[in-house]
Design a protein around this ligand. Structure first.
Ligand code: NAP
Ligand code: ZN
Ligand code: ZN
Length: 355
């Protein structure tokens, strides 16, 4: 076993504190990774505070991991020591159900293993549940390891592993491109990547935000227009305009004002509210045949496709790099929507702290 240092929380109301645990030694199909950077996803916070239920403590968050390979098992064919790699939200799945066979491991019929808080079916440590990337190293089956283009800044690439794929996947699934008017709702880690991808795919992009000051970044991120969702008149005037809406709001909310923005046959995809939506009226669906759908991260092949797309189009995330000791403040700021647009932990700070 490999001694690993990280940060964990021990209850829904604790802060994250230094924590030592074990990782498994690489098996023949495993890749051992020295973690360089890890993004802070709002899901890390929901789980730390047990807002979705089912969090096992101690809990080590982190599923936007970039690092360098330090060792590989005998059967590993895709990676070698020194490679720049990423690990996202998944570290295992059944590999034989219809979803896994299609490369849609996130929809595994037998349940995928999350990078953190997942039941560890591989074992090799005393810990029954997986620990995430707020740590100095990780051991992962090569099937769940991704290649990061060397042309990308590794810190700014880290959030692609969740925020990137979660926004890229629905835009691709609904075939968004030139001629579409797309609204991205909520400008945090996910939303700002939604804007970049929708723009790169050729759509006309509208940033839909509650924060007027984020509008100053609209053009830089790739938005053609800004719509302030708190401005009732502007929302009224924007009704029936959108082919597609990507809704990243992290809490339950009244969806009706957003549904009304869709054209006939338009779709709003919910990725943020992993909980009850407070009001869903049938009228906007029935009149104009609109749809509401959901989407969960992305499978391994599509995540690699997204990373290669970012390499070709020079797309990375806008980040604020922090030392790990500041992680609890970063959580508070993320909850307030006070992040432009993703916090990324520089894991050198963890290694220095432990030295
Ligand atoms: P984030 O960085 O906190 O961004 C969320 C943004 O939503 C905020 O910056 C804010 O943007 C807006 N917002 C916040 N509260 C709001 C409210 N009450 N009403 C309207 N807008 C509000 O979060 P994130 O990391 O992007 O994650 C967003 C959500 O997606 C989280 O719930 C996360 O757990 C979930 N998630 C889902 C998946 C998936 O696979 N489906 C994957 C990753 C994350 P403005 O200031 O622009 O209004
Ligand atoms: Zn995430
Ligand atoms: Zn499966």
């Amino acid at each position: 076993m490999m001694k690993t240092i990280g940060y964990a929380t021990h209850s829904p109301t604790d802060t994250l504190q230094p924590f030592t645990f074990e990782r498994r030694e690489p098996r023949p199909e495993d890749v051992a990774i020295d973690i360089l950077y890890c993004g802070i996803c709002h899901s890390d916070i929901h789980s730390a505070r047990n807002e979705w239920g089912g969090t096992h403590y101690p809990y080590v968050p982190g599923h936007e991991i970039v690092g360098r390979v330090t060792a590989v098992g005998d059967k590993v064919s895709k990676f070698k020591p020194g490679d720049l790699v990423g690990v996202g939200c998944l570290v295992d799945s059944c590999r034989h159900c219809a979803a896994c066979e299609e490369g849609l491991e996130q929809y595994c019929d037998n349940g995928f293993t999350g990078t953190y808080n997942g039941e560890d079916k591989i074992g090799g440590t005393p810990h029954p549940f997986t620990f995430g990337g707020y740590s100095d190293k990780i051991t992962v089956d090569e099937r769940f390891v991704l290649r990061i283009p060397e042309t990308l800044d590794p810190a700014a690439a880290a959030p692609l592993l969740c925020a990137g794929i979660t926004t890229y996947s629905p835009l691709r699934h609904w075939k968004i491109g030139a001629g579409h008017t797309v609204g991205i709702i909520g400008l945090g880690g996910l939303g700002h990547m939604g804007i970049k991808f929708a723009h790169a795919l050729g759509a006309h992009v509208v940033m839909i935000t509650t924060s007027p000051e984020k509008g100053y970044d609209a053009q830089k991120l790739g938005a053609d227009e800004v719509l302030l969702s708190t401005d009732k008149e502007a929302m009224q005037a924007a009704q029936n305009r959108f082919d597609f809406l990507l809704n990243t709001i992290p809490v339950g909310h009244d969806v009706d004002p957003y549904m009304a923005l869709l054209k006939r046959d338009g779709t709003m995809v919910i990725v943020g509210a992993v909980e009850a939506l407070t009001q869903v009226n049938g009228i906007p669906f029935i009149f104009r045949r609109r749809s509401m759908a959901g989407s969960l991260i992305g499978g391994l092949p599509e995540t690699q496709e997204m990373l290669d797309f970012c390499g070709e189009h020079h797309i990375t995330c806008d980040i604020e790099t922090i030392e790990i000791k500041d992680v609890n403040t970063a959580y508070d700021r993320t909850i307030k929507g006070d992040v432009k647009y993703r916090f990324v932990i520089d894991m050198a700070s963890l290694k220095q702290e432990a030295a």
